[in-house]
Structures are given as C-alpha cells and as structure tokens.
Ligand binder design. Structure first.
Ligand SMILES: [Mg+2]
Length: 224
C-alpha cells in the first residue's frame, strides 16, 4: 500500500552505538586512557547526560561537544583541548562504520518489492556521506535527505514538507516513516500526517501511538 519508505540512518540502518564505542576507545587510547569496557561506558553515559542538557536548552551544542571530552578526561586528571579532541573524534567516527546485522537483506527485499527508498537523516552532510560511502547500501536508495543541506531537521514540519515536495507525490498515504527515534522520526512523521513504523529492538516504552512497531528486522518482512 505504501510507495515511498522514508528510512532513518543512525540506529535504523547503521549501528551508531557500535561506531561511537569504537571511536571513543581509539581517542582514549591516543590520550593515554586505557579503553576498558567500563571506561567506554562511562563516556557513553556522560555524553548522554550532556545531550539531555542540550535538549532542555541548558547548554549550547558547541559547548556540549567540547565539554563532554573535557569533563571525561578530567576524571583521569588529563587536560585536553575540547574543540580539537571533538574534531578528532568526529573524524574517527567516519572511519568506524557498522551496518546493522541483516539490514542489507531487508533493503534488498524492500527494493525488489517495488518500494522507493529514501534516507532521512539529521546530520552533517560531509560526515554522513563519508560514512555511507564505506557501506555498500547506497545502491538500494533512490535519494537521501540530509538536514544540514535542507536547512530543517526532523521532527520539523518543514523538513517533511521538503521531502514530500521533492519526491513529488502529494498523497501522504503513500509514505511511511521508519526510524528508531520517537522524538525525531516518529514525532515528525505523526505531525506531518505520515504513517510511522518505530524500529524499537530494545522494546522501550512510549506513550506515543505508532502505526507499526518493529522489534526485530523480521517485522519488515511481516508488515511490508
Ligand atoms: Mg536514528
């Protein structure tokens, strides 16, 4: 029944959690901290804490990006240049790309069934393109919509407006948004009146009503 699938990238197609952990481990090692599982998880937690402060408007994004490293290394009594280390980390991130296990088969299946697939992602264009180019997945997609390029981001209405007008079919019932984030993918789709499928492998709870909930990749075959 759908013609166009608008699919999120991080933690829907690519395994961002794995990328993040591999990248921070490399950065730690370089700065003299042993990248044990415990230390890596300590960073992941601290980083999450800073992102929550940012979402509440208590800190700017610029400050968050540097402060997460300054605070983290301070725990090991190491002084670092937050801006420089953030730049290094982002660079490392583009080299640590992992695809979610089994997603390529899913994309091939969807493409063979005649759906048109599009990537919808919030992020920096150069970083995202560098990451995708390390996978063999772009051949399955008919296009990609990167927030930085568009000037709007998920969940903004203008972002979805741009996507739909660019694809060129104004019948919203032909579209399905698929993503792991309630606050960006799912909320964005719902607010723009597009059906939504929540990719939720960790079975998190949410009060938001979704059209489909995918607990594993098997659900793609079941519902689409
Ligand atoms: Mg995501």
């Amino acid at each position: 029944m759908y013609k166009y699938l608008l699919i999120d990238c991080d933690d829907t197609i690519l395994d961002f959690g794995k990328s993040e952990r591999a990248s921070i481990a490399q950065v730690m090692e370089k700065y003299g901290v042993s990248p044990t599982v415990k230390a890596v998880e300590k960073y992941v937690k601290l980083n999450e804490k800073f992102w929550r402060l940012f979402e509440k408007g208590k800190i700017t994004k610029e400050r968050l990006l540097e402060l997460r490293f300054i605070k983290f290394f301070k725990k090991y009594k190491i002084d670092v240049d937050g801006k420089a280390i953030n730049k290094e980390y982002l660079e490392t991130l583009t080299h640590n790309v992992f695809v979610i296990n089994g997603i390529e088969d899913v994309l091939k299946y969807l493409k063979d069934k005649g759906y048109k697939l599009y990537i919808i992602t919030n992020g920096v264009k150069s970083t995202q393109i560098a990451r995708w180019n390390q996978t063999d997945l772009l051949k399955y997609f008919d296009g990609a919509f990167i927030s930085e390029e568009i000037g709007y981001f998920k969940p903004q209405k203008e972002y979805f407006e741009y996507v739909v007008s660019n694809i060129g079919d104004s019948d919203l019932s032909n579209y399905l948004v698929i993503g792991d984030s309630i606050s960006s993918d799912i909320t964005g789709g719902i607010n723009y009146n597009i059906d939504v499928a929540w990719f939720n492998p960790k079975k998190k709870k949410s009060k938001i009503k979704v059209d489909y909930e995918f607990h594993s990749l098997d659900d793609y075959y079941k519902y689409l």
